[in-house]
Unconditional design. Structure first.
Length: 203
C-alpha cells in the first residue's frame, strides 16, 4: 500500500518536473528591432532650449502676468482675471506649463541642436556639458522637473478656486522651480554676490 502511494507521488512529481521544465523553456528572443508594444514610443523632437522658449517661458508668463501689482506715482494698480474668459486664458497657460514639465522628463531629449553653443561661455555651461550632467543623474533632473509640475498643479487649483492672491503666491513657487533647475544645469558657475548685511541686521 505504502509502495503504491510512493510510486504515485513519484509519477506525479515527475509530471510536475516535466511541466516546470516546459515552463522554463526559453522564450524565443524577440527580433532585435521590433518595438516593444507595451512601452510608449516617444519622439522627442524639440530640444530643451526650444521647450523653454516655446512652451515653458511663455506659459509661465501667462500665469505670472495674470495677477500683478504695479506701484507708480499715480498710485497702485492691481490686476487680476476679471471674468471666466480671462480665468480660462490663465488656466490654459497653467495647463501648458504643468504638462511641459512632463515633456522635460521624457528620456532621449537633447538640450540643444548639434553645434549650438552657449551664449556666455564660462557662465553658462555648453549644451554638451548640461547633457552630461542630466544623464549622469537622471533622478535629480526628474525631481527638478517634477517640482515645476507640482507648482503647476498647485496653481491650477488656485485658478479653479478663482483665488488670485493664491495664484500670485504660487507664482513664487514656480519661479523657485525654474531657478533651482537653472542654477544646477544651466549656469552652475554663476557667482551670486552676497547681499551685504545692513548695519541693523548684524545679530
Ligand atoms: C528641469 C529643469 C528646468 C526647469 C524646471 C526649467 N528650466 Fe529653463 N532651462 C533649463 C535648461 C537646462 C536650460 C538651458 C538650455 C539652453 O539654453 O541650452 C534652460 C533655459 C531656459 C531659457 C533660455 C533659453 C535660451 O537659451 O534662450 C529660458 C527663457 C528658460 N529656461 C525659462 C524657464 C522658466 C520660465 C522656467 C520655469 C517656469 C524654467 N525655465 C524651468 C532647464 C529647466
Amino acid at each position: 500500500m505504502r509502495k503504491t502511494v510512493y510510486v504515485g507521488v513519484l509519477i506525479s512529481s515527475l509530471g510536475l518536473l516535466i511541466s516546470i521544465a516546459a515552463c522554463q523553456a526559453p522564450l524565443p528572443a524577440p527580433p532585435a528591432e521590433a518595438p516593444d508594444p507595451v512601452q510608449p514610443h516617444y519622439a522627442p523632437t524639440a530640444t530643451i532650449k526650444e521647450l523653454m522658449l516655446s512652451i515653458v517661458d511663455p506659459s509661465a508668463d501667462v500665469v505670472w502676468l495674470s495677477v500683478t501689482t504695479v506701484q507708480s506715482s499715480a498710485g497702485t494698480v492691481d490686476t487680476a482675471p476679471k471674468n471666466d474668459e480671462e480665468w480660462q486664458k490663465v488656466r490654459q497657460g497653467a495647463v501648458a506649463l504643468t504638462e511641459a514639465a512632463n515633456l522635460l522628463m521624457m528620456p532621449g531629449r537633447h538640450v540643444a541642436r548639434p553645434g549650438e553653443k552657449s551664449e556666455t561661455p564660462g557662465v553658462e555651461l555648453e549644451p554638451s556639458e548640461m547633457e552630461e550632467l542630466i544623464n549622469k543623474d537622471p533622478a535629480s533632473w526628474q525631481m527638478r522637473a517634477m517640482n515645476l509640475h507640482d507648482a503647476g498643479v498647485a496653481v491650477l487649483q488656485a485658478i479653479d478656486a478663482r483665488d488670485s492672491q493664491k495664484v500670485f503666491e504660487i507664482g513664487e513657487q514656480i519661479e523657485v522651480a525654474c531657478e533651482s533647475c537653472h542654477r544646477q544645469y544651466w549656469y552652475p558657475n554663476e557667482q551670486i554676490p552676497e547681499i551685504p548685511a545692513s548695519p541693523t541686521s548684524t545679530q
